[in-house]
Design a binder for this molecule. Sequence first.
Ligand SMILES: [Zn+2]
Length: 235
Amino acid sequence: METGTEYGGPLAVVAASAEVLRHPEADERLLTDLERARAARFRREASRLDFIAAHLLVRLCAARVLGTAAAGLTLAQNCPDCGRGDHGKPYLPDHPDVHVSLSHTKGVVAAAAGHRLVGIDVELPTRDGNPPEVFERVLTEGELRQVEQHDDPQRAFLRQWVRKEALVKVGRATLDGMREVDLSGLPLTAVDGSPLRSRFEDLHLLDWDDEQRGATVAVVAADPPSLATAAVLGA
Ligand SMILES: [Zn+2]
């Protein structure tokens, strides 16, 4: 892959919310009025900060792809179902050639940006694990068998779940129809703990467990994604 500004597929980043918020370019004032109004609706301060961190991180990521400063970037969202702008697929109104995606969970955020379709999702394991009814709501029978036979069923479930959430973000699955997509043909574990690369139909998948933040991450994209946490955050 070429270095510098040459495009080599989408960039994906995962970080603790606190890491993003202490980045010198990550200023809450970069958010639009609508984003700030949405942030203000969170009852828990920690959730408000996760929302802000994700919305700043996606700007940092897109800025890296565009070779520009995060400060000049406006982020908007659009829901294809109801047409509202306070949820749904995020996009940059001033840069229709750049695709972006973001995700936030407790204390951890992820973002991706590239010149073609990209979706990212990050999840943390729950303390008691996900119950069987959640497995059954998300997984096909083939996936269920594969997950149950895995050394670490909870981790394997989380892997398939984040993949499906990322597919929802690129419009290739629905939240109500996760069992309509079968990923049982994809590997669940990388041999040496390094990021896992696979293909689903015409899409490229990048999966990894971020040990430092305890998170499971999936990226699905039209081009092979790259991990760019250090490049984007300078961490
Ligand atoms: Zn809607």
